[in-house]
Write a protein that binds this ligand. Structure first.
Ligand code: PMP
Length: 348
């Protein structure tokens, strides 16, 4: 969900942005008006995340999936391998893509547990000569989240923050590169934000397409080609909204409280089950199953009638998944819990 007030503001400004007579959709990305939108969005994102000055912030296209390739293509340098932490479906996708370009050392995997936990860091096999360590702080499909940033010593840490960026404060300086598709916590689909430490921007692997070269995007300040102007603008509205909410500390407080409430409701009723180990449960994505999977369709249908949408779990895991992204109002979580209690009473 996007915050309703953001969508109302986008609607108000849709036909005429700040008296320019133009919609943001009609503006040249090189115009003064769009430059002011773009710069404000970047400044607000930097402030929200306290991004240090020696990091670049890029507003790109191609989704997080393009980053699965861009990261190895640009960060391998002269090294031939990278370490990946495999904690769910999205890490697996990142690994499969990286394997096209380098040797991937899977430093840990919880696949044997069906991705319901993150193994103890003491058991990870990290390599001091790896070009980088890649992890997925929040596994959107499996509902598994790192609640601590991995320690990787001098090896740059890369995180796919697609489904958790801006859900809480983040120590950017512990990372070499952070990327996130916008469509969960930041804005509409079509935009991918990359935050990268300046010294990691070097020549990419030979043959890397120009559009997959960070250096080009850094030098052109994300205007190497026409950027996704409208999603960039809406993301800027979301950043302003986050500031009005009290910033990321306030979001963290709210997100933790809401997730705990939903997990408590699941754990209190044997009709529902969340398989993830408690210490690795996600604040953003809460997968759960019903005691009788024959009732799944009915649950989804009846929930939709109550205005509770998008509850179907990913096709690879089945069951349900509640996503509690920043834009979800508290009342949405309360309504889901009330519905679940009622559904279990009627069908449990
Ligand atoms: N990584 C994670 C953690 C995701 O949740 C997603 C999308 N759901 C992706 C990568 C892929 O993102 P995109 O569709 O923007 O390529």
């Amino acid at each position: 969900m996007l915050p309703e007030s953001v969508m109302r503001r986008a609607r108000e400004e849709l036909l005429d942005w700040h008296g320019t007579g133009l919609s943001v959709m009609e503006m040249s990305h090189r115009s003064k008006a769009f430059a002011s939108i773009a710069e404000k969005a970047e400044a607000d994102l930097r402030e929200l995340l306290s991004v240090p000055d020696h990091y670049h912030v890029l507003f790109l296209q191609g989704g997080a999936s393009s980053q699965f390739a861009m990261v190895p293509l640009n960060l391998l340098g002269t090294r031939g391998s990278a370490d990946y932490l495999c904690t769910g479906s999205w890490s697996k996708k990142a690994i499969a893509e990286a394997q096209r370009y380098c040797t991937v050392n899977v430093a840990t995997t919880s696949e044997a547990d069906h991705f319901t936990s993150i193994r103890d860091p003491g058991s990870w096999q990290l390599h001091a000569d790896a070009a980088f360590v890649h992890y997925t702080p929040n596994e959107t499909i499996h509902g598994v989240e790192f609640h601590r940033i991995p320690e990787t010593g001098a090896v740059p840490l890369v995180g796919d923050f697609s489904s958790t960026l801006l859900s809480r404060p983040l120590d950017v300086s512990r990372h070499g590169l952070i990327y996130a598709g916008a469509q969960k916590n930041m804005g509409p689909a079509g935009l991918c934000v990359v935050i990268v430490r300046a010294d990691l921007i070097t020549a990419p692997r030979a043959g890397t397409p120009a559009m997959f070269t960070y250096k080009n995007h850094v030098e052109a300040r994300s205007m190497y080609n026409t950027p996704p102007t409208y999603p960039w603008y809406v993301a800027g509205l979301v950043f302003e909204w986050l500031q009005e909410q009290g910033g990321l500390e306030a979001m963290a407080h709210r997100n933790r409280r809401r997730a705990e409430k939903l997990y408590a409701a699941i754990d209190a009723d044997a009709f529902y089950h969340n398989p993830v180990r408690k210490e690795s449960r996600s604040w953003m994505n809460v997968p759960f199953t019903l005691a009788n999977s024959d009732l799944d369709e009915r649950f989804i249908e009846q929930a939709a009638r109550e205005g509770l949408h998008e509850l179907k779990g990913h096709r690879s895991v089945g069951g349900m998944r509640a996503s509690l992204y920043n834009g979800m109002p508290d009342a949405g979580v309360e309504a889901l819990i009330d519905f679940m209690v009622d559904f279990s009473r009627r069908h449990g």
